[in-house]
Design a protein around this ligand. Structure first.
Ligand SMILES: NC(=O)c1ccc[n+]([C@@H]2O[C@H](COP(=O)([O-])OP(=O)(O)OC[C@H]3O[C@@H](n4cnc5c(N)ncnc54)[C@H](O)[C@@H]3O)[C@@H](O)[C@H]2O)c1
Ligand SMILES: N[C@H](CO)Cc1c[nH]c[nH+]1
Ligand SMILES: [Zn+2]
Length: 432
């Protein structure tokens, strides 16, 4: 991790984004995997699961016995924690539910918008470097609240062919309909195109590594996707009221996700920057995942010195971080300066992991600058809308000349005729 100025940060930003060659290599593998899954279905899934996860599987779908076995392995305390988190996530997301609406206008006109849940949703749950039962709740609960009939989860198995029991327990608590043991690009291809065992879904959601993210990008269009959720990011704006030990702990909480995670702190105080750096070094030495953390700090860890708060917020909006923590005086009064961020945590007692697990808002958030144009995962991701139009004969007659005029101007006389024929009432005349 190093201390740099805002100018230096902006000039180096390009250098440490994923290199084009790396991306091309990943795409080459991903496209081949998608092709094989489309062609060979389950057979390709078994083969890739052996190759990438070291698991020699005989079944892809997690059986009832496997769920029961998993339940025995998780503690009551963990189950109770899951249920408390579920209650908070449900309470928060309940408010996001959208309802159909209809308006009756004069002359027998009725217009509206019908909200319909997606029939099938596929959730990817990462399983490579760590298992994420919390992501199961964050993705499945909004789908359930939206009314999705069939919620299926895919996640890579461990090399002994099992799925982390905590992930399976979370799938049960969240009410998922099925869990399949497959990860990476092959899981995304299976969800997008279907195989003998895995049903094709309407939308794929959930985070994952670069293979998962690129696969989602490639299948988009054949299936809907939520977003490209890349490596975790945290950006903390800290002033003299921020305890350096807390700032360091929060930066490290995201660094431990991935070697390419981005822990960034912006401060106006150079002394504070030095104290935070010391704390980061001290705390890293004590942490279990220190190798991953050190890589992340080396690649992407930055403490940026801003001239003043206004420059700090300009930078925040340019970075558009997944998570933004405002550890400054009166943070809620500064919220209006934030234009681009996935989630904003206010004050010294709202650390990012509170949002990862418990508070209620979703932890699947836009990353890699996409908070400039996208939003957290929500109930709205699992519904679609249809417009409803109903006119009476008088209402259509009244509007017919206008419509015919517009249609003829576009040279679309069949369109004009569809209205003209009703204006003349030729069908009704025949009935008489
Ligand atoms: N945004 C969020 O809400 C959120 C939540 C949890 C995790 N995450 C992120 O998700 C990511 C999880 O990544 P992960 O790797 O631990 O798990 P993962 O499940 O995304 O990836 C593991 C899979 O990657 C595939 N793979 C690995 N190496 C490959 C190769 N050389 N060629 C082709 N395929 C290959 C394999 O199929 C393997 O099963 C991390 O970056 C983490 O930060 C994000
Ligand atoms: N911080 C991650 C999203 O970037 C989500 C997560 C899951 N578990 C712990 N954290
Ligand atoms: Zn996290």
């Amino acid at each position: 991790m190093k201390i740099i100025t805002a100018k230096q940060y902006l000039s180096e930003k390009e250098d440490y984004s994923t290199s084009q060659t790396m991306l091309e290599d990943i795409d080459e593998s991903v496209l081949e995997i998608i092709k094989q899954v489309k062609q060979y279905g389950d057979k390709a899934l078994f083969q890739y699961t052996k190759q990438f996860d070291g698991a020699d599987l005989t079944n892809l779908r997690v059986t009832d016995e496997e769920f029961k076995e998993a339940e025995k392995q998780v503690s009551d305390d963990f189950l109770s924690a899951l249920k408390q988190a579920k209650a908070n996530i449900t309470e928060f997301h309940q408010v996001q539910k959208e309802h159909s609406w209809f308006v009756n206008k004069e002359n027998g006109i009725m217009l509206g918008q019908k909200v319909t849940p997606l029939q099938k949703a596929g959730i990817y749950i990462p399983g490579g470097k760590a298992a994420y039962p919390s992501s199961v709740l964050m993705n499945a609960i909004p789908a359930k609240l939206a009314g999705v009939e069939n919620i299926i989860i895919t996640t890579p198995p461990l090399s002994d062919g099992t799925i982390n029991p905590h992930v399976l327990a979370a799938a049960r608590v969240a009410g998922a309909d099925a869990v399949y043991k497959v990860g990476g690009a092959q899981a995304i291809a299976a969800l997008a195109y279907g195989t003998e065992t895995i049903e094709k879904v309407s939308k794929i959601v959930g985070p994952g590594n670069a293979y998962v993210a690129r696969a989602k990008k490639w299948v988009f269009g054949d299936v809907a996707i939520d977003m490209i959720a890349g490596p975790s990011e945290i950006c903390i704006v800290a002033d003299e009221t921020a305890p350096p030990a807390y700032v360091a702990a929060d930066l490290l909480s995201q660094a431990e996700h991935d070697e390419s995670a981005k822990p960034i702190c912006i401060t106006m105080k150079s002394k504070l920057a030095e104290k935070i750096l010391l704390e980061v070094e001290k705390q890293t030495a004590e942490l279990e995942r220190k190798e991953i953390i050190q890589q992340s700090l080396k690649q992407n860890g930055r403490i940026i010195l801003a001239e003043n708060e206004s420059e700090a917020f300009e930078l925040v909006n340019e970075i558009a971080p997944e998570h933004l923590q405002l550890m400054i005086q009166n943070p809620s009064e500064k919220l209006h300066y934030v234009k681009n961020a996935g989630a904003v945590f206010l004050g010294n007692y709202s650390p990012e992991p509170l949002g990862d697990y418990f508070a209620g808002p979703n932890h699947t958030l836009p990353t890699s600058g996409t908070a400039k144009f996208s939003s957290p995962l929500g109930v709205y991701d699992f519904v679609k809308k249809s417009s409803i139009i109903s006119y009476s004969s008088e209402a259509l007659k009244e509007a017919s000349d206008t419509i015919i005029n517009l249609a003829n101007t576009e040279g679309l006389t069949a369109h004009a005729n569809s209205v003209q024929i009703r204006k003349e009432g030729s069908y009704e005349k025949l009935q008489d």
